[in-house]
Design a protein around this ligand. Structure first.
Ligand code: ATP
Ligand code: MG
Length: 708
């Protein structure tokens, strides 16, 4: 055990007070980069050092990546102690499996992702006979998700439904739940909702868990939703050692049901809570903080708080203007390359943030063109590939024979002669008999309308899955290997003439490798664990931060991270703030917080980029600089650098530009409809492109890099 001095030496007095706080509820509200995450990590280590059993500590982070990091740090500080660090969702899944018997659920449940959910929603909608209504499954599913996060049951929701949309949702919600349970499946929200309900209604269960987890710590508390708060609170009644840290200015998941109100609830539910604020920022330069602070200060629904640091003023925050999105991508990549060439930074010191993933394409080409290593940090797209989803569906069905969504996905992949008509009949039969599709397939003899190939195909499929079920205890990679061989999936890809099937085959083999890696890292893991970790993966999970490359990610994913040099791209009206938020003050404030989160990731240098024209959804349009740029301080902390060819014109015709664009921007903000107002047709833009301000006289002979 290290000396307690080591754990506390490099902390400020306030941080130390939070780390060594003895028993009782603790609320740490503090600004970006003030050491909140550091305090949580140290506190876990400190508790262990004080002799608290590792098993009685539960730490909750916002992503699996952050959980892994915290686990490692703690392990380094106090070796030999494995503490339970996870996200709320992983916590929920583990509790539901561990306490399945007590909660009356089947522990082999499948976790349905949003795609799977939408399939069931569609099905449930069709069953209501209202399939002509225009609400998309995704929208209905989103409303159900929100209801669950507010802990509303179908009946509870129905009581509050007061218009056509909510009444439709109520009907669908009932049918959706029925289908979910019949498939022995949980959606993401169930992983919070069911434990929260169990903790609320089952006092014995609650008491046991409360005494199991005597110390609960939560990072990024500002983004918890009601169900999450319910879980945390119910675990902290007999042992109210709940420590939460957060920054209301960084709440960016309201759209997913998170609620700043939970911070107020905390003070209400734990009136004796100790409140500690951390005042100093250790991450960023004075200029970065000054600029970010000025921006967030525009939010009306906010307690004022200043961000101060002893760090140097540093470089000014740079607002970079480009002609168009391609120039912007090119310009950013070239700047990064130059900074690395000059020895000022490494590639890995750089991060690029975007409001939406769709903007990464032009960046990718620029990276490739200039040979700059990069990683785009987004969901584990690999597992989303059709062939991998198919193989995983086999796995899911083998683990959970009630999983009807997976059954339908693979019953005829590869083809077993089971056509749509046969399947419709099977589904109808299974519905009447209230049995899972796989069980119905075993009884195909009782469905005389299914004959010949259809019937034998279903029987074969049933036999295959039953046979594979006897192998469930194999490590995940071995079972996957069996699945692709015995199901005929591998043969189908191998025999195909389609050259893409060779790629698919390689992907499926790669899936085996991924499963093996997972198993090597988690030797006790079973198939369900592997499936769970894929389904619950967040964007940053696949991110390799140790490699020397530039990281590209969404602003949402950047939460909690830090980089020496940050570029935020496309800081334009309609993108940041996003068009969906326009016209609604509350939503614009959330967008401002999102911009603030991005800015406060920067340690040394921060660049905010925008282009005058942007191609988006296949259309080139004038882009209006984000109103957030106009809210930055007008002093030496911010420098505007116009790198556009059109800058002379823009300068000369500033009045004209303003006269045209500004009112358009305002109109559009009121209606909240269109992202980009073209004041002129894009083709006419050519007429305003003039040579850049090179200092060359007209008529001088020049050698151009590209044009010769
Ligand atoms: P965010 O709000 O972005 O999540 P945070 O409050 O969690 O930020 P941390 O990530 O814990 O802040 O800390 C920010 C940076 O400051 C980290 O690099 C951390 O190591 C450093 N830091 C925190 N406290 C101190 C300290 N007392 N002395 C030196 N460095 C510190
Ligand atoms: Mg943090």
């Amino acid at each position: 055990m290290p000396d307690p001095g080591d754990l506390l030496a490099d902390l400020t007095d306030d941080q130390r007070a939070a780390v060594t706080h003895a028993e009782g509820p603790l609320l740490i509200l503090a600004g970006a980069g003030s050491g909140k995450t550091r305090v949580i990590t140290r506190r876990v280590a400190y508790l262990l050092q004080q002799g608290v059993r590792p098993g009685s500590i539960l730490a909750i982070t916002f992503t699996n990546k952050a959980a892994g990091e915290m686990r490692q740090r703690v392990e380094k500080l106090v070796p030999g102690n494995r503490v339970w660090v996870s996200t709320f969702h992983s916590l929920g899944a583990r509790l539901l499996r561990q306490y399945a018997d007590r909660l009356g659920i089947d522990r082999n449940f499948t976790i349905y992702d949003t795609d799977d959910r939408n399939k069931l929603v569609k099905d449930a909608l069709a069953a209501t006979g209202m399939d002509d209504v225009k609400f998309s499954p995704d929208r209905l599913g989103g409303a159900i998700s929100k209801a669950k996060n507010q802990l509303l049951t179908p009946n509870g929701y129905e009581k509050t439904a007061n218009d056509f949309f909510t009444q439709t949702v109520a009907k669908v919600y009932h049918g959706y739940e029925k289908r979910l349970r019949a498939a022995n499946a949980m959606d993401f929200d169930d992983l919070l909702y069911l434990p929260a309900q169990a903790l609320r209604l089952n006092e014995e269960f609650r008491r046991d868990l409360d005494s199991r987890f005597r110390y609960v710590l939560i990072d990024e508390y500002q983004d918890t939703n009601s169900a999450q708060y319910e879980v945390a609170r119910r675990l902290s009644v007999d042992h109210p050692n709940l420590c939460v840290v957060g920054d209301p200015d960084q709440s960016i998941y309201k759209w997913r049901g998170s609620d700043i109100k939970n911070i107020l609830d905390f003070e209400r539910d734990f009136p004796a809570a100790r409140v500690i604020t951390l005042t100093r920022n250790y991450r960023s330069t004075k200029n970065v903080l000054h600029a970010a602070g000025a921006l967030i200060d525009r939010n009306k629904q906010r307690k004022k708080k200043a961000l101060v640091t002893d760090n140097p003023a540093g470089e000014p925050v740079r607002v970079l203007t480009f002609d168009n999105g391609l120039d912007e991508a090119e310009g950013v990549v070239v700047r990064i390359k130059e900074a690395v060439k000059a020895g000022r930074f490494r590639y890995r010191d750089h991060a690029i943030f975007l409001r939406i993933n769709a903007l990464t394409r032009s960046l990718e080409s620029a990276f490739v063109k200039h040979g700059v290593p990069f990683q785009i940090v987004k969901g584990l797209a690999f597992f989303e590939r059709k062939e991998n989803r198919d193989v995983l569906a086999y796995l899911r069905l083998v683990a959970n024979p009630q999983d009807n969504v997976s059954f339908l996905r693979v019953v005829n992949a590869p083809s077993r002669g089971v056509g749509k008509t046969s399947l419709d009949r099977l589904v109808a039969f299974a519905g009447r008999e209230e049995m899972p599709l796989l069980a119905a397939a075993a009884q195909v003899a009782r469905i005389p309308e299914i004959k010949g190939k259809g019937a034998s195909g279903l029987r074969d499929f049933y036999r295959l899955v039953t046979e594979l079920r006897t192998k469930l205890d194999l490590p995940p990679h071995e079972l996957i290997d069996l699945v692709i061989k015995q199901s005929g999936y591998e043969k189908m890809l191998r025999d195909s003439d389609d050259p893409e099937d060779a790629d698919r085959l390689a992907n499926v083999s790669e899936l085996v490798t991924a499963a093996k890696q997972y198993h090597d890292e988690n030797p006790d893991s079973k198939v369900v664990d592997f499936l769970e970790q894929i389904t619950l993966a967040s964007d940053t999970d696949g991110w390799d931060e140790a490699a020397d490359h530039v990281s590209v990610m969404t602003l949402h994913s950047s939460k909690g991270l830090e980089f020496p040099v940050v570029y935020v791209m496309a800081v334009e009206e309609g993108l940041l703030p996003h068009e969906r938020s326009l016209g609604k003050d509350e939503d614009v404030e959330e967008e401002r917080r999102l911009c603030f989160v991005g800015m406060t990731r920067a340690m040394k240098e921060l660049h905010l980029c925008h282009a005058r024209m942007r191609e988006f959804r296949g259309q080139l349009n004038y882009a209006i600089p984000s109103s957030f740029l106009g809210e930055l301080p007008r002093d030496s902390s911010v420098e505007h650098v116009d790198l556009s060819m059109t800058r002379n014109v823009a300068r000369g015709a500033a009045d004209e530009w303003r006269a045209k664009v500004a009112p358009a921007a305002r109109d559009w903000a009121d209606t909240g409809v269109r992202p980009f107002i073209p004041p002129k047709k894009p083709e006419e833009a050519a007429s305003i492109v003039v040579p850049p301000d090179t200092g060359l006289a007209v008529g001088a002979l020049v050698q151009h890099d590209e044009y010769g």
